[in-house]
Design a protein around this ligand. Sequence first.
Ligand code: BLA
Length: 240
Amino acid sequence: MFDPLLEHLLDTIRFRGGKALEIPNGLDFCRSNKRQGFIQSWLWEVPGLRRWRVTRLDAGKSLQVLNSVAYPEYRNDYPIMGIDLLWFGASRKLVAVLDFQPLVQDNDYFAKYFDGLQNLHGRFPRFSGKEAMRAFDPNQYFSPWLLFCRDGSEQANKSLPLVFNEFLSCYLNLNESAGEKCSHMSADVVRGLQINYDIYSAKRDPAHGLFVSYFGKEWSDRFLNEFLFPAQKNDHSGSN
Ligand code: BLA
């Protein structure tokens, strides 16, 4: 379902000089022995972005997922890129979330980094619905212009590739212009906020139960703690 988007994403990362990073042992691929399906992940660093992960879950007709997060280098205070696309085949339901995930909820910060996303939000009304969030707090690490769609319509599916491609290039424009918009936050502050993002996301991620049902608790805990949100596991004292 999302294969053409995944191809485009991986091509973009390679074109941008992506260097593959090592994924902890056994977490790059897992086939379910409980249900039909597998999960596969990639990890890169790209100039300006210290960690860019991509995960695809293929559970045939019941579920398809494409999930990706890109973290800027600590010297850049622009937002984290977050993408979560889910297709539930049985109910023909698309859940699509794409956002520049802000490090802080601050008007100056929004004014500095969100022109592009704000423009996309205005142009794609099907993706700018005010869906209620159940698992997350919309005021933490989400922006007022997130692209969010819970929809079973063909129309949403048809426009997703365009939305996806434009969203990606819009984020990469931000990455390219980072030098011109010099960072107001220190690298230490950015690092702390990125660690908090991992802590917050690991606690709230609505995917954990789903992973457990396919891949078991042990593998799923490791996947969450060591691959999806690795910074949270090191943060015992608050000093790192
Ligand atoms: C929702 N994401 C969901 C749901 C699932 C996943 C099962 C609930 C579906 C529903 O609400 O109907 C699944 N999340 C996954 C999977 C992975 C994952 C399989 O991380 C695999 C790696 N989620 C993100 C990122 C964003 C995000 C980066 O991982 C930001 C763009 C957002 N996912 C997000 C939001 C919801 C969601 C906002 C709706 C949750 C809510 O209603 O609060």
